[in-house]
Design a protein around this ligand. Structure first.
Ligand SMILES: NC(=O)c1ccc[n+]([C@@H]2O[C@H](COP(=O)([O-])OP(=O)(O)OC[C@H]3O[C@@H](n4cnc5c(N)ncnc54)[C@H](O)[C@@H]3O)[C@@H](O)[C@H]2O)c1
Length: 264
């Protein structure tokens, strides 16, 4: 059985659907802080998913789940992930993303589960020194969100050396799109992602859309971002899971397209 933390959220729900499609047994833990019960109900239409409304900080409840179910590995999406909020309230990010992740890893260790897929981010690199940014690019995160994710990556290296704890860290660039069968999709309140906000300003109530930045070294001075489709991203998690289940060692990969704009 695969434990998915944050499976009621945008990326975790798409991944849960793909796990079911690949015949994995899935158990989701989510405190619904930014996720939605409606998403869990939708996933349940497509497979026998177990759901527990539990906070990652609740070590005892998580430990009970590991005692009761035969969990092979964990895909860990649950986190706070708004960059701007992380600058205003860094405490929330260091507690939820770092402290609560350590709680989860320690429970895993105490139940002899040593395989983890971790949602990391391109934000761990900070401002690019060169493009496209590869996995060896220096890591200088410029906000508490990126720093919290880099801290976890470093902890995972130490846990591997000391406890043989194997992880694949997937460093997402900008995740975009929704399930092509319209079962699940982005549902953030407030929505801070670029593409949903462009769509809102085109078709919804919010008529104004502001693009920040005008002095990047690009044709019009606005920045270039690298997007990855949500279904490709979820597929990468299945591949990473299979890699670990087949005995693969700790590893890390950027998940993007390395194409920020179309050729002129
Ligand atoms: N969306 C992106 O473009 C993007 C880019 C890079 C990395 N990421 C990372 O991917 C992961 C998923 O992102 P998302 O966009 O699906 O976010 P999301 O907010 O939609 O999903 C996160 C889920 O985790 C749950 N959660 C948060 N804290 C929890 C806690 N303490 N206990 C239990 N559940 C908790 C939330 O309720 C939510 O359902 C995050 O780790 C995020 O940092 C996302």
């Amino acid at each position: 059985m695969i434990l998915v933390t944050g499976g009621a959220g945008y990326i975790g729900s798409q991944c849960a659907l793909q796990l079911l499609a690949n015949n994995y047994d899935v158990l989701v833990i989510d405190d619904l802080s930014t996720g939605h019960m409606e998403i869990i109900s939708k996933i349940k239409e497509f497979g026998d998913v177990l759901f527990f409304n539990i906070k990652l900080s609740d070590k005892e409840a998580i430990s009970k789940i590991f005692s009761e179910y035969n969990i092979d590995s964990v895909i860990h999406f649950a986190a706070s992930s708004q960059v701007a909020e992380s600058c205003i309230n860094p405490k929330k990010y260091y507690v939820n993303n770092v402290f609560n992740s350590i709680n989860l890893f320690n429970v895993m260790l105490s139940h002899n589960v040593n395989k983890l897929i971790f949602s990391s981010t391109a934000a761990i690199y900070g401002e690019p020194n060169y493009n496209p940014v590869d996995e060896n690019h220096p890591k200088n995160p410029i906000n508490p969100y990126g720093k919290s994710k880099l801290m976890i990556e470093n902890i995972l290296d130490d846990y591997d050396k000391a406890y043989n704890f194997k992880s694949v860290r997937l460093r997402y660039f900008n995740v975009a799109g929704a399930d092509s069968d319209c079962r699940v999709g982005p549902w953030h309140e407030p929505e801070t992602s670029l593409i949903p906000n462009i769509l809102k300003s085109s078709f919804g109530s919010e008529k104004e859309f502001k693009i920040f930045g005008n002095d990047y070294p690009t044709k019009d001075g606005t920045c270039i971002r690298d997007y990855i489709d949500i279904e490709d991203l979820a597929q990468a998690h299945i591949l990473a899971l299979e890699y670990l289940l087949n005995g693969g060692g700790t590893n890390y990969f950027n998940l993007g397209t390395a194409q920020g704009e179309l050729s002129p």
